[in-house]
Design a protein around this ligand. Structure first.
Ligand SMILES: Nc1ncnc2c1ncn2[C@@H]1O[C@H](COP(=O)(O)OP(=O)(O)OP(=O)(O)O)[C@@H](O)[C@H]1O
Length: 931
């Protein structure tokens, strides 16, 4: 029997209709694929894929109809095979028909996979593709029938036409079902909204009437009815309530959420990507011409490498052919040329040159990004540093690497590899014909599909592994850091068991992930092997039919092996880019944070004329919701000492923070020598202010360097003087390494009192014009405090000083004492004025805090001690006469019941001459002006 297709081809080859049919066979799958690819990219870039809130009600049915449609291509191909076998006639049909059918299987197969894969697909890429099919399929069939040589249809023709007809029917049904689903959805929505408005008027939420809403039922049962979670957070990304989120997971989740949020704000990927332009000056060496030239040369290297990737397999083919006599070339010369190419392609050739060119550019961008991020972070205000954990900030600064990685992946790996693959497809198609081109494309597509599916399946397992790793790390660290607690409580065995369990858990999860990857690679390589075998069989067929040479076969094998790397890279590209993007997002967030406290344009330096400080009706709130300071209004004249006292959390430290502009006032103003501190240069303001904070932080460096930090150019002698003034010099000299003693992390190797005195020495060395002391002596005993008071007196001499202290003996000699309560000034005045105030807050505090000391402990003179009951003496040098006179004054002020209770006992103990060290006394005043 004669092959009908061959007959047909013979008859109509020259006809324009036949030419049109051939073109359409190739064009149809290409058009469908291009439409699908472009519309899908648009849908992703414009975030349509993220805004679909409802699944199509007939999605499954459409998927089935598409699958049936794909089977009809197989029917047509099967029909050809059967006919060829029955008639023992090869090739089965014209190349364009077979390639056309196979390509349609591939293209619609990709669409089917995409549809099954996405949770809530955007439909127009699919429905549009089917629409193109509905237009082109009849044209193709019409041309096929028209170009058929015999007017009559044989059985093969009938099967073929029936398959086309069935496919047409499936596609029509799929499109109709889609629109029917959309309409029915709209109808339902209409009914829903009607129902909702009715329910609202009844005062119920729609949850109440929704029998499907189990979550709402659950919450009602659990007693959480009425509260709903924030829908903006993706439940799948949020930590579950029964698993503890590791810092890594938290960071990833937060960065992910930030990315989603920014994406939504930006509206599409393009504008989102634009926000990364802020990094451009750091990534692209803007001011470095030589680096720019290097980047261009790297591009040239990459293009050369693309060419060499084709030339090497081609050269191998030429050598083989020259050896087998298929061409007349000299094998020696060809091998030499091959060696040259291999050298250029080797690590000692182009790769070396590329690295040499690229390394300075890479380090430039990494350095520039890290430095810029660090400097930006240091210039951000207190609100930022108070809300971000330091480890998060440090991680974000290191994310600069991710941006370089991302750009390198795209520019220097993805683009050249894409070029490689395109060239491979064209080259193989030209050398071996369209079948080989098709095989390479189909293999690539199937490989990428399987690889990306497997990577995303492994994501959850990998997440579990990382969590287990963090847990192991945490248990280990907790055991080592808390070693003394572990040992004290005899819990070594418990810690060992805990750690061993954590290690076992991590190992088992790692094994799962590891095996998962091995399995994924096995599948990927199976696909590549299948493609290679198909290509090799085709090549062997062509060689045996004299259409190709053995050299070309060798070329094919070599070329194929070269394509494995780009394919594997592309499979992981999405994952690595999204990971880098999430990290870059963390850095972007920081870089886009603007300091809330900054200089006004052209702000002049502070013109210091003595240090008159005025708080003018100052209001302040950290979170813009709750006022922490309310209407704070006072003035400190130059050289004056103002003390703030009050309950903890009253807002005392906040007042000091405002003065040093760690925050700006919400309302009112703070003026120094008549200048609003917001209007002057921040640097010049801070240069005038010296602060001894509540918990001074020293660097892990020598004492000398820590003190000198206040004034980097200070001489050793100036540092010694400052330390002497802070009463710490002798103690430092007693350390084994003197001033070169390292203080440990945050100054842990110093006692609380030493730490505070070093901080005072540092402030003294700065020679500030205004001094802020925030609980500067809280960590020391009374005796040391007295020594520190000396140091402070030196520091504060002639300087406007603000002191916060809980221990009132520290501030009793201040020129003005301001009692702060609930963010407001409750009362103010001198110590003497305040303790005499009836119902005064200060008097109450004071009465609770007078320290007394047994006289014999204090006594240092040689006078013989008087026998009998010991007499306590009040610290701060109150004479017994002054004590009793002030006691009498204070006793006239009614005290709170608790205060009375305390003071009663304390008075007793004083009168009894209690010997138990420091205790309380309900009196005192008129002490010497010595603080
Ligand atoms: N960075 C911050 N962010 C938000 N709230 C803060 C911040 N710092 C302090 N607060 C709140 O402001 C209030 C006043 O704090 P502040 O440190 O000024 O009190 P304080 O009177 O100095 O207390 P203490 O005597 O215990 O040091 C407190 O309620 C505190 O919780």
């Amino acid at each position: 029997m004669e092959n009908p297709y061959e007959k047909m081809a013979d008859a109509v080859t020259e006809l324009p209709l036949r030419q049109l049919l051939v073109s359409l066979h190739y064009a149809y799958p290409i058009v469908v694929f291009l439409y699908y690819a472009i519309t899908s990219i648009i849908a992703v870039c414009t975030l349509q894929t993220r805004t679909i809130d409802q699944e199509h009600p007939r999605r499954k049915l459409i998927q089935w109809l598409l699958a049936f449609g794909i089977t009809t291509y197989f029917t047509q191909l099967g029909n050809l095979v059967v006919q060829a076998i029955l008639k023992n006639q090869f090739p089965l049909a014209e190349q364009d028909i077979i390639i056309g059918l196979l390509s349609c299987v591939l293209v619609f197969g990709v669409e089917f996979a995409g549809l099954s894969d996405s949770e809530k697909p955007v439909w127009y890429p699919y429905i549009g593709s089917l629409g193109i099919g509905l237009v082109l399929e009849p044209v193709l069939e019409f041309l096929t029938l028209k170009t058929r040589p015999s007017g009559l249809l044989d059985l093969a023709g009938i099967v073929d036409t029936a398959a086309v007809g069935a496919r047409y029917l499936f596609y029509v049904l799929a499109v109709l079902v889609y629109f029917e689903g959309v309409w029915s959805e709209r109808r339902e929505k209409g009914t829903d909204s009607e129902r909702q408005s009715l329910l609202k008027t009844n005062g119920h939420t729609s949850h109440d009437s929704d029998p499907e809403d189990h979550s709402s039922d659950e919450s009602q049962r659990d007693g959480y009815g009425g509260t709903t979670s924030d829908s903006s957070t993706d439940a799948s990304q949020s930590p579950t309530t029964n698993t503890v989120e590791s810092p890594w997971e938290r960071r990833e989740r937060q960065a992910n959420e930030a990315m989603e949020k920014r994406l939504k704000e930006k509206g599409n990927w393009v504008t989102y990507a634009k926000s990364f332009l802020v990094f451009f000056p750091y990534v692209w060496p803007v001011k470095h011409r030589s680096l720019q030239i290097r980047v261009v040369l790297v591009g040239v290297c990459l293009l050369t490498m693309n060419a060499i990737n084709v030339l090497i397999p081609r050269q191998l083919g030429i050598i083989t052919d020259s050896l087998s006599g298929a061409n007349n070339r000299n094998p020696w010369t060809e091998v030499l040329f091959f060696a040259g190419l291999k050298l250029v392609a080797s690590e000692a050739g182009l790769s070396l040159l590329r690295q040499w060119l690229w390394i300075p550019v890479e380090y430039y961008s990494f350095d520039a990004l890290s430095t810029a991020a660090y400097s930006h972070v240091l210039n951000l205000s207190s609100d930022f540093h108070d809300t971000k954990s330091s480890s998060d900030i440090m991680m974000a600064i290191q994310s600069g690497q991710s941006i370089s990685n991302m750009l390198e992946s795209i520019c220097f790996r993805a683009v050249p590899m894409l070029i490689d693959m395109t060239v491979a497809f064209i080259y193989l198609s030209v050398t071996f014909g369209p079948y080989e081109g098709f095989i390479s494309i189909a293999t690539g597509a199937i490989f990428l599909f399987i690889a990306t599916r497997m990577i995303s399946k492994l994501k959850m397992a990998r997440r579990g592994e990382v969590s287990a790793w963090f847990k192991e790390h945490y248990v280990r660290q907790a055991g080592i850091q808390g070693w003394s607690t572990v040992t004290c409580f005899n819990q070594v065995g418990h810690e060992e068991a805990r750690y061993s369990e954590a290690v076992k858990d991590r190992v088992s999860k790692s094994q799962t992930v590891y095996f998962g990857y091995v399995l994924a690679y096995a599948f990927q390589f199976l696909v590549l092997l299948a493609g290679l075998l198909a290509g090799a069989f085709l090549a062997v067929y062509q060689i045996t039919h004299g259409q190709a040479t053995a050299g070309q076969f060798i070329m094919l094998l070599t070329y194929w092996a070269q394509l494995v790397t780009p394919l594997t890279f592309f499979a992981g590209l999405g994952k690595s880019i999204s990971k880098d993007l999430i990290h870059a997002e963390q850095l972007l967030e920081i870089m886009q944070t603007k300091p809330t406290v900054n200089d006004k344009d052209g702000a002049p330096p502070l013109h210091f004329t003595g240090g008159r400080v005025r708080f003018d009706n100052v209001w302040f709130s950290y979170d813009k919701k709750k006022d922490i300071l309310k209407n704070i209004d006072f003035e400190a004249t130059p050289g004056m000492t103002v003390a703030f006292v009050g309950a903890t959390g009253a807002g005392k430290s906040t007042i000091l923070k405002l003065l040093d502009r760690f925050y700006d006032v919400t309302k009112g103003s703070i003026q120094i020598d008549g200048q609003d501190i917001r209007d002057v240069n921040l640097f010049s303001l801070r240069a005038q202010v010296g602060i001894v904070p509540q918990s001074p932080i020293l660097f892990d460096d020598t004492i000398m360097n820590n003190v000198r930090y206040a004034r980097l150019k200070a001489t050793d002698e100036e540092v010694y003087e400052a330390c002497k003034a802070a009463s710490i010099h002798d103690q430092i000299m007693g350390f084994s390494d003197g001033y070169q003693t390292r203080v440990g992390e945050r100054g842990v190797k110093l006692s609380g009192g030493e730490l505070q005195r070093v901080a005072i020495a540092r402030a003294i060395l700065k020679r500030p014009a205004i001094v802020l002391l925030d609980e500067a002596t809280s960590a020391v005993d009374t005796e040391t405090e007295q020594k520190i008071q000396e140091a402070l007196r030196t520091l504060c001499q002639g300087r406007t000083t603000f002191i916060v202290a809980h221990r009132l003996s520290t501030i009793m000699n201040a020129d003005r004492i301001i009692v702060v309560g609930g963010g407001e000034i409750v009362e103010q005045g001198s110590h003497e004025e305040l303790i005499l105030k009836e119902n005064g807050k200060y008097a109450e505090l004071w009465s609770k805090q007078i320290f007394v000391k047994p006289k014999d402990k204090e006594s240092t003179d040689d006078k013989p001690r008087v026998k009998g009951p010991k007499v306590a003496r009040i610290v701060n040098d109150l004479s017994p006469e002054a004590t009793s006179s002030v006691l009498a004054k204070v006793k006239t002020t009614p005290l709170t019941p608790r205060a009375n209770g305390v003071t009663k006992d304390s008075t007793k103990s004083v009168e009894d001459g209690n010997d138990d060290g420091d205790t309380m006394n309900e009196s005192a005043a008129g002490s010497k002006k010595e603080v």
